[in-house]
Design a protein. Sequence first.
Length: 336
Amino acid sequence: MGETDEVTVSRLVRCSTQLAILALVLSLTVQAATQKVESIPVPGTKAFPESITSTSDGALFVGRVGDGGIVRVKPRAGESTVFVQPGASGSRSILGVFADEASNTLWACSNDLSALGAPAKGSDTGSALKAFDLRTGNGKRSVSLPGTHAFCNDIAVDAKGSIYVTDSANPTILKLSPGATTFEVFAQDSAFSAPQSGAGLDGIAFGSDGNLYVTTYAAGGLFRVEVKAGSAGRITALSGDHQLRFPDALRKLGDNSFLLVEGAGTLDRVVIKDNGFAVTPIYGNFSTPTSVALIGTTAWVTEGNTTYFFDISKKNVTPPLPFRIYAVSLRKENTK
């Protein structure tokens, strides 16, 4: 065999190897896209689950936009029951939920969406942050958001017990300090504003650096709000390697990383570096996912199908039933 023939054979071998590797990658990609994940049904023919939170004992709590109330799920038993009844403490549609074990409180965002066909059992006419007992589900307190057109969306709690909520109708992050009876504006920026049609601020979570991170739903933004001695500092719009499509809930995962749900259908891992971020899709077969909670190495995702609730053209179309939450294993993910 001549030198030219040897080079040709070598190239063919390399090409064959590359094709084999490509075939394997494509096979794994197809498997990841079509893998079946464990799921648990959420009660309610109009549940439209919007948010989910977890506790250290492995319980999950799911807020319902359509039927109202909060469902408690025990994944190990595969059971789900209504924990906070629709209309409790004047509540309406429940969006963001956050389990604050330090204060034994289940915080919940309540909004009057009766004009869209949501339950009218509650007496509230505006937007409020509700506090329920984390053990019993009994109402503890209610704090109205300021203004006549507020929209409480998601919740975060700091180490001192202060509560932070995103107001989707206004470019503001609100703060409720321990013992306070009214909200104060923690951070405000025109970049948080919602477009003419669509929601503004949405997900919120503290990072491992102690700063707050928020998403803007319709605009697809991710922002860092520096926190200094309990006050807001510089607000930075982070640039990413991927254009976020309807970023919703944000949950701390590890050092400088988060779990992020995109309403377009994916659960992602987002790593923050300086003023940028990198996105790694984890699972992408969801129908309008709305939130995520972490138990050990398992991410539980709410599949909201909320387009059937908010889209007028689908008001008379029955969504896929039952509504479900899905378990996605993160064992192969580097959570650091």
